[in-house]
Design a protein. Sequence first.
Length: 344
Amino acid sequence: MLVLGIESSCDETGVALVQADGPGVPRLLAHALHSQIEMHQAYGGVVPELASRDHIRRVLPLAQEVLAQAQRGLPEVDVVAYTRGPGLAGALLVGAGVACALGAALGRPVLGVHHLEGHLLSPFLSADPPEFPFVALLVSGGHTQLMQVDGVGRYTMLGETIDDAAGEAFDKSAKLMGLGYPGGPALSRLAQQGDPAAFRLPRPLLHSGDLDFSFAGLKTAVLTQVRKLGDALEARKADLAASTEAAIVEVLVRKSLAALDRSGSQRIVVAGGVGANRRLREQLDAACARRGVRVHYPELALCTDNGAMIALAAAMRLQAGAQEATTSYAFDVKPRWPLQALVA
């Protein structure tokens, strides 16, 4: 089974081709990605209308590139998958429309995929894929969640953010420091030059007794420090960045360990853009090594939004019998779509 996947939920256009044969983990044959970061930098954030227009320009050339890389022809595709949600409505409609048009033209079924499920399953494309069951720390954009994962589509929510997610805390704190867009990666790079103990910043809900997250208060504390520093901010910016990153990472690691304790699992998967953070990986790896717990990540190139995770999620859902592709080419998108709504 050859699955073509299209991702267009926000500011990256991704297309990939995955081969699924038998019960094993599907193989990634080729993928291509275009990031809109440079286009949105002038505005300090994603402009939805510009994002949608750029997806229109990019998706078909990327599909041609992927097919050429894999040395496959479009008629060989068995299923066309696309991101149905969550995301920006206009951007999602581009991917959905193109996917359903391709499916109709080829006479092939289509399948709408949950963006976060794509992130959740993306470590299966790594050199060290996980095995079910496991605990998942999903840290992608506006989402920070801990889940018990017993199989494809078999997800139990353990805890989630009640306000700002970790990715938002990175981005908003970076903006307060004048680091530009995209803020999270810029803050993490600057943090490598600073002292993580320089500022006493809060660790929200660290001792709450549950597995929920809250990072809005941390953002406010960063704003307070920025105002206190005033003209001295430039000289202390690296220290403030390092202290901010340390606060976020400590909460993520401690809550992840608590989730492992509650579930009894000996395996954790970290997925989503924040999963590429070096400090998070180092601290979680060290903590889990002391407990004898296995940690799995996506390949760094697949931490951001990409078509490979969409093609993979579609293939794995089809293999597991969790969903059937359809030859009804009428489509809709779900800009707000909770992951826990998916069932096996």
